[in-house]
Unconditional design. Sequence first.
Length: 186
Amino acid sequence: MKAHIGHLPKGRPIEIWFQDEARIGQKNGVARLWAKRGTRPRQPADQRYQNAYLFGAICPAKGKGAGLALPYADTFAMQLHIEEISRHVQRGAHAVLLLDRAGWHTTANLAVPKNMTLIFLPSRSPELNPVENVWQYLRQNWLSNQVFDTYDAIIDAACQAWRNLVDQPTTITSIGMREWAHTGQS
């Protein structure tokens, strides 16, 4: 499962992807609101604990993403996600997927698609993964300051937020480009 850059297929275009997952749920954060000076706008808060996980991956150079909203963050969910990413890789290209070292990422139980190589980022270095910034963007724009009545409402909101993002390829590129990862990429 672990591969080195030297083992990438020769003569095939390479797509650099970043992957992560975020918990989305009833214990959502609040974000700043515009309000008339001197007023204090009310922001909803929920005391319940239902949540789902949004698995997301972006290819900043191509401005595209692949995501799934799932009930758990585990090996089965990760398998579904890498298969989804694989379907978004351009035909004939090979994906290099950079991700953290969560247990469900590093397990030998994953069947990595043939058009993908996993590269693990150093431990405790979330600043190297632009998907961390994607979560912040989704929360600031579509997921904060609301109460989700049901689990299905959480899933719907997570899916809609992800669809909103992938409809904005220039935003994916703007948030996700890391010069160190894309040197020589076109």
